[in-house]
Every structure is written in structure tokens, then in C-alpha cells.
Design a protein around this ligand. Sequence first.
Ligand code: ZN
Length: 481
Amino acid sequence: MSLRVYNTLSGKKEEFQPLVPGKVGMYVCGVTVYDFCHIGHARANIVFDIVYRYLQYSNYDVTYVRNYTDVDDKIINRANQQGISSKQLAEEFIQAFDEDMEALGLRKPTHEPKATEYIDRIIVLAKQLIEKGMAYESAGDVYYSVEKFPTYLKLSKRNMEEMQAGARIAPGEQKRNPMDFALWKAAKPGEPSWESPWGPGRPGWHIECSAMSSALLGETFDIHGGGRDLIFPHHENEIAQSEGISGKPFVKYWLHNGFVNINQEKMSKSLGNFFTIRDILKSYNPEVVRFFILTAHYRSPVDFSDQNLKEAQAGLSRFYEALQLAAEAVEGVPESEVAAQEGAELEAQFRAAMDDDFNTAQAIGHLFEGVRTINRLVAEKKFRKKADKVASVRALREKIAELGDVLGLFVSDPAGWLKQQNLKGLQALGLTETDLDAAIQERLEARGNKDFARADQIRDELVQKGIELLDSPAGTTWKIK
Ligand code: ZN
């Protein structure tokens, strides 16, 4: 089976055939750098990181471009509030974004251009659109004339008349049609500005993506991604600009990820249910966030809640427990000649799920089956003497780690992960490792004195608190249930 992707433009799944066999050009709209990123940004960036990773895993040579919007009203307003320059504010939040994405384990895109590095090109594109009669100058602003682009709204499938009826021209804007959008804005006092044929000004938002994508990927490229909220007006306007200039299709496949709801409500600052990545990473390992995001299909909405993150944490720990169990179970058993099919089978299932429009939820489900098989095999009597079973566990363990890497998961050392989770759990119970060591020691002494009632009492008290003791010939260890 080959890769199929859901294309917002056609409204259906299509076979993925890049323009140049073996190569993929992909552009994803980046963040406007005026504040810390929230969980919605985390989702969009993780989703397209997975697309990037899976295409690379499928042997495509991918050129991935993700921009920074570093000139915008929000940046200007925030910078003015703080009494610093827009440039300074943007640089601060570019750095913060990079730190967050690194923490979340994202692969670096091939190019990360900034809008302000492409001002000359933006001016050239706006001039071309004016020359073609598709844009017009008006009091130092330049507007795109949407009526001149017959297929406007083909991506969002909105109705032009309905939209026009609801549209208003803002005071100070001298547009011919309320739906027309700015390619260039005349500078207001105190704003950063660049010289242009229309006087000093700065670009509108949409034109920067047409400028950066065509410079780095050409007039037509394979994949354009972003959150659903960007379909209109941003992506619609990118199409109008780019196709208006080139007369060629702008993008072959449009991919959009779904929203993040917070406790089943839309996330917004005014509702106070707004979480930055930094806030979340104070309580959760970044891999938990990634696992949580990937257990849903990228086009579905996800519901972010403490409960759902806790479940993701528990789910991820089950993988680490199985990986650790498998490592211990096969340790010291010599490699045999027995070939195991399980690894290849698991990979085929994983690929089939991912080839179906990057269905990470299903792919993780298949990996989970691998975990169950490991647990079942290792629990068999005299497991270590059964060469075929040992080979199966080895194959599954290696394959789960390899496929996990495609998703950016299971990247920690299993023993270290489990220890960390246990210590966190202990902390939540208000206990320390020293308390637990003392209890284990006391139980050991009680047993030595044949005071089994006391030994059992200690164990039962811990069980009631949610701590399980595991006795083995090597001694007693514990885990959070
Ligand atoms: Zn864009």
C-alpha cells in the first residue's frame, strides 16, 4: 500500500504522488512570535513533525520549510507595551519557540525563514500583482482584489456572496471590496517600516508565505500544512496570491490539523483555560504530551485535560515497562538462529496505519499489541529456554523502539523513565524514597524474625497508598500502581 493523504482542497483522501519522484517540498505556517506557545501550537508542530519524520522514514528526500512571522500587529503592540523594539520582542520569542520545540523532541526543519528576511521579495510579488491588475494601491496600502481571482474560496468552499454581505471595511482602509486583503500596509507612526514603491510600510500577513514558499520550494510544491483555523483567510489568500502570480497550481496537497479543546471547551485566554507548553512541561514529561497528541488522528479535535494527560502518561509507561521487561527477560540468553516474524509483521501494520493519512492513533494501537505479546511471552513458564519465544521478544522489542522513533516516542532509557515516573508518583503521595527504603527494610527484618503478620501489614499499608512491592531473588523493589 502506498501513502494516501486527506487533501482539504479536494475534500478526500488521495494517493500521495510528489511532483518529483522521491522528493517532497513541504511548507508549514509557523508562529507569530509575540508570546509563549500554547498547547494548540504544540499540536500543529508535533503533527507536521510526524509528517516530516514519516516521509523521511519512507525514504523521501524532504525539504521542510517552517517560517516565523516576525512582523505583525500583535508583535508591534506587545513591543510597544513593553517599551522594546519589535525586533527584540520577536527574537526573544523565536528563542522561546525553539526551546519549546526542542523540548518536545521536534526535528529541525530544513529552512526556518523569517518574514523580515523576505521584504524585497514581498515587494516584488506585490508589484507583479499590481502589474497583472490583480492588486491596487490605495493611500500607501496595497490590496489584493479578490474579484480578479475566479477560484477564490476554493479551499475553504465558502460562499463569496454570503461573505461579502457580512464583511465590513474597517475605518482608514480604502478598499474597493470589503473582502480585499492587504499585501502591503502604509507605516503608522512608531511602527517598523521598509521603503517601497508605495512609501514606507510593512507587509500584510498572507504575502510572506507566498514569498518564502516560492523562494525556497518553487512556484508549485507538494504539501502545505497548518491548523484548520488557517484555511480561511490565510491559506485561501496564499493561493490567490501565488496562483495569481504564477498561473500554476500553488500546492498539490493541503493538510490541516484539528483543534485542541480544553476540558471540552474552546481554548481562549478570556476563558482562563489557556496553557502554555512551558506550564504543561512543569508537570509532564514532553514525551507524555507528544504521546497524548498522537493517540488522536491529526484531523480530529483533541480534548486536553489533566485526566487525559495522566492517561497518556500511564499508557506511555506501559510501553516502557514492556521494553524494560523484554530487556531483562532476554539478557544473557544467547542469540539463536531462530527467525521471528513478529518484527516484520508489526512494521507492516504500522506502515499500513501511517500510510492511511498518518493514522498515528492506529499505529500506536498496533505497537500496543506488540507490548501485549511481549508481556504474554515473557510470562510463560521457562520462557528463557524457548528459543523461538526469546527471538520473538527480541524482535518485538527492537521493532517497537525503531517504529517509536518514527513517532519520536520511547526515546528515553526505559529503566530511567520508570524510575522517574515512580519517584514522581511517590512525590504525589507525599513520600520519599527514604521512607520507602525504611519500610522495605523493616519488612525484611520482620520476616527475618518470622513476624509475618507485621511484614504483611507493612505491605498492605503500602498497597493501600498505591505502592506495590515486588519481591525477587535480587531483593525487593517497588512501583506505583
Ligand atoms: Zn502561511
